[in-house]
Design a binder for this molecule. Structure first.
Ligand code: HEC
Length: 182
C-alpha cells in the first residue's frame, strides 16, 4: 500500500495554490494596473518671490518712448506698479504699506506710501528727487543709476495713485522743471 502524496493534505494544497494566485494578482494589480498614489495634492512651492504682485507677471510695459513722462496717465501708473513690484515691494510692501519682508529690521523703517507722511514733499518733483538722491542716513538709496528717468516717473505716478496723501502740484511748474531731470 503506497500513500498517495496528492491525497495527503489536498485541502491544504488547494488553499496554498489559491493564496499564491491571489497574491500574484494583487502584485500584478499594484505593479501594472493601479495608477499609483497621486501626490499632486502636495503643491510645489510657488516660484513667485514674496511681495511680488500679479502685475509683475504681465508683460512689462515699455515707457522708454513716452514723450512727457511727468504727465499723469493710467499707463504710466501701471508701468510704475510693475517696476515697483520688482524694485521696491521687498521693503515698502506689496501694497505700499511699508511692510515688506526686507524692511522689517530697518531703522528708519521703509515709509508707508499709502499713508504718505512725506519727508520731501510728496509732489511729483519731490518724489522724483527722492528717487534721484535717495534719503541719506536711511536704506532708501538713489535709483538714478538703476532705473531710467521714465521708469522713475512711472514709479512717481504709481505712488501717487495709491497714496491717501496725494499732494497737489502745479502742471506748469512740473513741466518746466521736469526736462532737467535725467
Ligand atoms: C532697502 C529698502 C528699500 C527699498 C528697496 C526701497 N526703499 Fe524707499 N524707503 C526706504 C526707507 C527706509 C525709507 C524711509 C527713509 C526715512 O524715513 O528717512 C524710504 C522712503 C521712501 C519714500 C518716502 C519719500 C519721502 O519724501 O518721504 C518713497 C517715496 C520711497 N521710499 C520710494 C521707493 C521706491 C519707489 C522704491 C523702489 C524703486 C523704494 N523706495 C525702494 C527703504 C527702501
Amino acid at each position: 500500500m503506497s500513500v498517495n502524496q496528492n491525497d495527503y493534505n489536498k485541502g491544504g494544497m488547494i488553499t496554498f495554490v489559491l493564496s499564491m494566485g491571489v497574491s500574484l494578482l494583487v502584485l500584478i494589480y499594484t505593479a501594472f494596473l493601479n495608477g499609483g498614489v497621486d501626490l499632486k495634492e502636495v503643491a510645489p512651492p510657488s516660484a513667485q518671490p514674496a511681495g511680488q504682485t500679479q502685475a509683475a507677471a504681465e508683460a512689462p510695459i515699455d515707457v522708454s518712448g513716452v514723450k512727457e513722462p511727468w504727465v499723469e496717465s493710467e499707463q504710466m501708473a501701471k508701468a510704475g506698479k510693475q517696476i515697483y513690484a520688482q524694485n521696491c515691494a521687498m521693503c515698502h510692501g506689496a501694497e505700499g504699506k511699508g511692510d515688506g519682508v526686507a524692511g522689517a529690521s530697518l531703522n528708519p523703517k521703509p515709509r508707508n506710501l499709502v499713508e504718505g507722511k512725506w519727508l520731501k514733499g510728496g509732489d511729483r518733483l519731490g518724489l522724483m528727487l527722492v528717487l534721484e538722491n535717495g534719503i541719506p542716513g536711511s536704506s532708501m538709496q538713489s535709483y538714478k543709476a538703476a532705473l531710467k528717468v521714465n521708469q522713475r516717473w512711472a514709479l512717481t505716478h504709481f505712488i501717487r495713485s495709491i497714496t491717501q496723501n496725494k499732494v497737489a502740484d502745479d502742471d506748469a511748474v512740473v513741466a518746466q522743471k521736469a526736462p532737467s531731470l535725467q
